[in-house]
Design a binder for this molecule. Structure first.
Ligand code: ATP
Ligand code: MG
Length: 417
């Protein structure tokens, strides 16, 4: 993508109306734009990061045998009344249409997916199966001060599984935990599996928490055996002995990036989601649900992957693989030759399938281009200038060392990453 043909949303300064670092840096670097508290537009660079996160998640959902669907944002009130959540769920946004009819704006989709599931189930032979979506959720969050970590409108991956037996639900739940571990590993994140609630219920719900200072949750964590529990349900203090291994516990801030539940009959019951078993008896379908905060993950990554000059994206989720910068200089004849070389390199990178952002703009100084490249945080920077002659300067965003390579080595370098 040629930068000369794109609008630039990069800003000289951090926005003044954001408390959270993730939002400050993502706005300044032109990845997102704030519309109002908890509501953002995703700009070309930001959308590319979201796409890459989604692709990593989608791959693991496919491996779990789940089929992707897309459910609506606008929900009938009756479905939410059936489960009791029309009255109980404080974050539920409600809208009134011109005929005074009320609707809910989906904060999650059990109320839609349970009646949908029923349409595919008659007998035990139709089970199990799983459906997922990557979709915009709306929640009337009381505080939306953590940037992308807490949106009033945000992107979630939600997976729902349908089973005939407890043991089938349990084995799927265990596979989902492994899929989640793989997703966070692919994203370059260290996410700890946290028991979401105390006592006997804990084995039916787990959270995945990334331990960052900006996280809104507090996790009781044992460095030694990795025991972890949400503080909401645990009155442990810093230094208390770990219930599992006895080592001292620490209280750590965490951002919940994933949450999984064995819902069992909670949402299938109200919708009469049932199947006929081998004896011809009607039984209630058992469900599981598994969420991942796609846009929250982007915020978590911005909190983790940066230095004082800007973002430092891991290759797996970077908006581009490489950032090619041409510095043509003042001399017209030299400039033409430098450009010709940079254009040729750009074309061969594109032809080789490298996602490359090409800073071919004429009206910026070298210093400005380098500062913007650092802010953007693409893993590999390539520079073509009069100084580099018939070679290309290569630098990794995460390192300081600079290398000069031949033109024909630049493409394989970017492919290997
Ligand atoms: P939280 O405890 O942070 O409010 P939750 O437990 O209500 O989240 P779930 O209903 O479990 O959230 O949603 C699944 C996932 O969606 C969460 O694990 C989180 O990653 C993400 N998520 C939830 N609420 C938000 C939000 N307001 N903004 C961004 N992501 C969110
Ligand atoms: Mg949760």
């Amino acid at each position: 993508m040629r930068q000369s043909q794109q609008p630039s949303f990069i800003r000289k300064d951090f926005p003044k109306d954001e408390e959270a670092y993730n939002a400050q840096i993502l706005i300044r670097a032109g990845f997102v734009d704030k519309v109002m508290a908890g509501v953002y537009s995703y700009l070309p660079l930001g959308l590319r990061v979201l796409d890459r996160i989604e692709n990593i998640v989608r791959k693991r959902m496919d491996e779990l045998g789940a089929a992707q669907i897309l459910m609506p944002v606008l929900h009938p009130k009756e479905n939410w009344q059936k489960t009791g959540r029309w009255g109980d769920l404080d974050v539920l946004f409600k809208v009134i249409a011109r005929d005074k009819k009320e609707y809910a704006l989906g904060p999650t989709h059990e109320e839609i997916v349970a009646p949908l599931g029923q349409k595919a189930v008659a007998s035990y032979k139709d089970l199990p199966f799983a459906l997922y979506q990557i979709q915009t959720k709306l929640r009337d969050e009381p505080r939306a001060k953590s940037g992308l970590l807490r949106g009033r409108e945000f992107l979630m991956k939600d997976l729902y599984s349908f089973h005939a037996t407890e043991s089938d639900l349990e084995s799927y739940y265990a596979r989902a935990i492994e899929a989640y571990r793989a997703i966070f590993r692919d994203l370059g994140l260290d996410a700890v599996l946290v028991e979401a609630s105390g006592g006997t219920f804990s084995k039916y719900s787990h959270e995945f928490q990334v331990l960052i200072d900006a996280g809104e949750d507090t996790v009781v964590y044992c460095e030694k055996c990795h025991f972890a529990q949400n503080k909401e349900i645990n009155d442990a203090r810093d230094g208390d002995p770990c219930p599992s291994c006895g080592a001292p516990l620490a209280l750590r801030s965490g951002a919940e990036v994933g949450n999984i539940f064995q819902l069992k009959q909670k949402y299938s019951e109200p919708f009469g989601l049932a199947y006929r078993d081998a004896q011809g008896e009607q039984k209630t379908v058992l469900m599981g649900c598994y969420g991942i905060g796609i846009s929250r993950l982007m915020g978590v990554c911005a909190e983790l992957f940066h230095d004082d000059r800007g973002l430092v994206w891991p290759a797996a989720i970077a908006p581009f693989d490489a950032h090619l910068i041409v510095l043509s200089g003042a001399d017209a004849v030299v400039a033409q030759e430098v450009r010709r070389r940079a254009d040729a390199l750009y074309d061969s990178l594109v032809a080789a399938g490298v996602d490359v952002l090409y800073d071919d703009r004429l009206d910026l100084t070298a210093g400005e281009k380098f500062a913007e490249a650092d802010l953007t945080g693409i893993p590999i920077r390539l520079v073509v200038s009069q100084k580099t002659g018939d070679r290309v300067e290569i630098k990794r965003r995460s390192q300081t060392a600079v290398e000069l390579v031949d033109f024909n080595e630049a493409v394989p370098y970017c492919i290997q990453k």
